[in-house]
Structure formats: structure tokens, C-alpha cells
Design a protein around this ligand. Structure first.
Ligand SMILES: Cc1ncc(COP(=O)(O)O)c(C=O)c1O
Length: 440
């Protein structure tokens, strides 16, 4: 059996259980492809993060990076967990606001926030804006003057730390589109500029060094650099850093061979590094904020697919096609990301062959899993791809005019439909006739 499945996830009927619900019943009731979240697992990860801060007696915020997965129910769940959120677009801000999420608990990120987005954020009373570039400082200056409002800001810096992960998702190195560069002194110019703005209250510094990181070293290095910068700013500008936001990026287990630390262990190291360094440099320990996305929702998510066609290429391999693919999970095609799957209607059955699990999209690269050991399957069987909770649905597309899947939250044996499956009418609603007239 796949070692990522716990013994209590197998039902008496030998079906996969997610959040106390039988995966096969979920597939029947809601159709496939279906994204299912184990809500208790999300809550547990949130609590584990919060506890590590409480045990270390530091001020903190656990700010869920909602780009990993955002819908109304998720925002409401984070609010219930007393979390903050990281938002990166007008869409995320509006959905969160409509979900009842407090604007004051949001941090607005992005390397090219528009005037409209910044205006929306300011009007809503956003908690923090993470300033990313000089143009944004000017834009925000105008908006705050027009609105006669003020706002708390963080300065996002690129600390020059290159985390050991896939290069497309590194953001902490010097050659990055995000944030003010530390080495060249841009960060000092940014601080001076922001401090001159009467309507911007500079809370502190932000850095996000990458994603799916397995090593502690990058976080230790970044934490030290942040404290060193805070100490220098205290000396040179008499500026006291109240918040150090170290971003997210804590690696998770996607396949059985992955052996990441528990996400909260990364955070314990970050806290200890910051505490030690501030003590050495005679600074007050600031509040420490983190922005985990993947580690909160990734392992809690499963995607259920129905097995369809099979192609056996003699002497080469067999392709098993499912009813979803790169439209609901682009990560394998985009990053070569690896996943594992289990046969949800027989998770304990021993594997009898190795197949390539292909999606249904018109791209040869639409492969969900390159090599999956699996028991014998037949059309109609349900397979569950594991750990699909982060950057799957949130990066979903309508490629080939396939509709996006439904999402179910499963907890204690209860399944709640939290996002309905798209219908072609949802897509058609945006279209007009060739002559520009409304469709009937
Ligand atoms: C600024 C910022 N914070 C947090 C995150 C979340 O990262 P992860 O999902 O790897 O924890 C990202 C991801 O890109 C990010 O850009």
C-alpha cells in the first residue's frame, strides 16, 4: 500500500477514505474530476504553526498564502482559525471580503499591483501592503492622498538567498522580478522613500525565498539577513522593525521518497534564528510572520479521476487516461512536478504494473504521473492523486474548453460541496455573437 495513506484511510469495503468520507461515494455523488480536501488536516497544520509560535512566546501571524488555493469556504476556514491571508489580486481581495474575511488581516502582495487594485485595497482598509517597487510607492502615495487614508506597509526585499528548489519557483535570489534588491542598496532607498510618506506606516521587512524548500539553510540565512538589515536600519535611520515576515515555501511530501521536515520545524528554526540574532545585536525581537500556502493545503488535497481509455505501446509502456489532467493540475506539465496516485476503489491491492497516467487534454505533455505502480484497472475505476491541494485548482484553466472541477470539503464523514463544477454555460456567459450581439 502507498505509505502516504494512513491505515484509518481504508474503509471496510477497501475504499479510500478522505475526511471520514468514502472517496468512491464522493465520486458518485459529485462526479469527477473532483478535488476533495480533508478539512481536519488543514486545521491541524494551521494549529501546528500557531503552537510553535506560542511555545516560543513570540508575537506572530500565520498568513495563509491564498494563491495556493482560494475559495469562499477556504477564506472562511482561515478566518475561523484566526489566520491572516496573503492576497495578490483584486480577485483574491474581493472573494475574501465577500466571504466575510476582515480586510485588516490581509497582506497585499504582487510585483505589479494596479492603481485599481491598490485603490480597492486601501478603500477596503487592507491590513498591510507589501511594497514591491518604487513605482508602487508613487502609486500608493497618490491613492492615499486621494483617499485621505493611511496604511501599514512592509518592504519586500530580495535577500539574495537562492533556495534549493526548482528554478521557476525561486524568488529570493538577486535576479528576481520581486522586491527591492538588498545588495545594491535599493532597499535603503525604498525605506527612505517610504519613511518620508506621511500616510505610510512602515511596519517592517518581508522576504520570500522560494517554494517547496527542503533545506533549513535558506531560511536560516534569510532570517539572519533580515535581522542584520533591521539592526542596520535601527542604527542608520533610527527605524525600529516591528515585523519580520519570512514568507512561505516550506516543502511538503509529494511522493513517498520525499522526506521533508514537518513545516512547523522550519518555523521553529526561523524563530530561534531570529531570536538569537536579535539578542546578539541588541534588538527587540519583532513579531514574526509567516506565509505558508502549499504546506497548509497541499497534503490535505486529493483529486479523484475516473479511469477511461488505455493505450498499450508494445515493448514501451502503457498509458492510462483519466477524465482530467493539465486543466485541473498544470504542475506536472509546468514544472515536471511529481505526484503519486492510488486506486481509490482498491487502495490496498498490490500493484501489478507500472503505467503512465495521462490526462485528456490535447497536449503530449499532459501527463499527470510519469510512472505509477498500480493494481489492474478497468474503465470506470477511480484513482486518487495525492497531495494536490496546492496550486492545482488555483492554476486551473479551461483549456480545450473543459470545465473546472467541483471541490468538496470532507470532515468527520460529512462532505460539503464548496465549489460547484463549472458548466459550459458559465463559460458561454462571457461570449458574444460574431456581430457582437448578446447570445440568446
Ligand atoms: C510572497 C509569497 N508568500 C508566500 C508564498 C507561499 O509559498 P508556499 O505555497 O510555497 O508556502 C508565495 C508563493 O509563491 C509568495 O510569493
Amino acid at each position: 500500500m502507498n505509505t502516504q495513506i494512513r491505515a484509518n484511510q481504508i474503509s471496510e469495503a477497501n475504499h479510500l477514505i478522505i475526511g471520514g468520507c468514502d472517496a468512491i461515494s464522493l465520486a458518485k455523488e459529485f462526479g469527477t474530476p473532483l478535488v476533495v480536501y480533508d478539512v481536519a488536516q488543514i486545521k491541524q497544520q494551521f494549529q501546528d504553526f500557531q503552537e510553535v509560535f506560542q511555545e516560543n512566546a513570540v508575537d506572530y501571524a500565520v498568513s495563509y498564502a491564498s494563491k495556493a488555493f482560494a475559495n469562499t469556504a477556504m477564506y472562511q476556514l482561515v478566518q475561523k482559525m484566526n489566520g491572516h491571508i496573503d492576497v495578490v489580486s483584486a480577485g483574491e481581495i474581493q472573494l475574501a471580503l465577500h466571504a466575510g474575511f476582515s480586510a485588516s488581516q490581509m497582506t497585499f502582495h504582487g510585483n505589479n499591483k494596479s492603481r485599481e487594485e491598490l485603490t480597492l485595497a486601501v478603500k477596503a482598509g487592507i491590513g498591510v501592503i507589501a511594497l514591491d517597487n518604487f513605482h508602487e510607492i508613487d502609486l500608493l502615495h497618490q491613492i492615499l492622498a486621494e483617499q485621505q487614508r493611511s496604511v501599514d506597509v512592509l518592504l519586500r526585499i530580495t535577500p539574495g538567498i537562492s533556495a534549493h528548489t526548482h528554478e521557476y519557483i525561486q524568488t529570493g535570489q538577486v535576479d528576481s522580478k520581486f522586491g527591492f534588491d538588498l545588495e545594491s542598496g535599493q532597499v535603503d532607498q525604498a525605506l527612505q522613500k517610504a519613511l518620508q510618506e506621511p500616510n505610510m506606516n512602515v511596519l517592517g521587512i518581508h522576504a520570500h525565498i522560494g517554494s517547496q524548500i527542503f533545506e533549513l539553510a535558506g531560511f536560516e540565512g534569510a532570517s539572519e539577513k533580515l535581522v542584520d538589515l533591521a539592526a542596520r536600519w535601527q542604527r542608520e535611520y533610527d527605524f525600529e522593525t516591528q515585523v519580520l515576515n519570512v514568507g512561505g515555501g516550506f516543502g511538503i511530501r509529494y511522493v513517498s521518497d520525499d522526506q521533508p521536515l514537518a513545516p512547523q520545524d522550519f518555523v521553529a528554526t526561523i524563530i530561534q534564528t531570529i531570536k538569537k540574532r536579535t539578542r546578539t545585536l541588541g534588538l527587540r525581537t519583532p513579531a514574526i510572520w509567516i506565509e505558508p500556502g502549499r504546506s497548509i493545503v497541499g497534503p490535505a488535497g486529493y483529486t479523484l479521476y475516473t479511469v477511461g481509455a488505455r493505450k498499450d505501446v508494445p515493448g514501451i509502456r502503457s498509458y492510462l487516461a483519466v477524465d482530467g489532467g493539465m486543466g485541473d493540475n498544470i504542475r506536472p506539465a509546468l514544472y515536471g512536478a511529481a505526484y503519486e496516485a492510488v486506486l481509490a476503489n482498491k487502495p490496498e491491492a498490490p500493484a501489478s504494473e507500472i503505467v503512465r497516467i495521462a490526462g485528456k487534454y490535447c497536449e503530449s505533455g499532459d501527463i499527470l504521473i510519469q510512472e505509477q505502480a498500480i493494481p489492474e484497472t478497468k474503465p470506470g475505476d477511480i484513482i486518487a492523486v495525492l497531495n494536490t491541494g496546492a496550486y492545482g485548482y488555483s492554476m486551473a484553466s479551461n483549456y480545450n474548453l473543459n470545465v473546472k472541477p467541483a471541490i468538496v470539503f470532507a470532515e468527520g464523514g460529512r462532505a460539503t460541496l464548496v465549489t460547484r463544477r463549472e458548466r459550459i454555460e458559465d463559460i458561454e456567459r462571457l461570449d458574444f455573437n460574431l456581430d457582437g450581439s448578446q447570445r440568446s
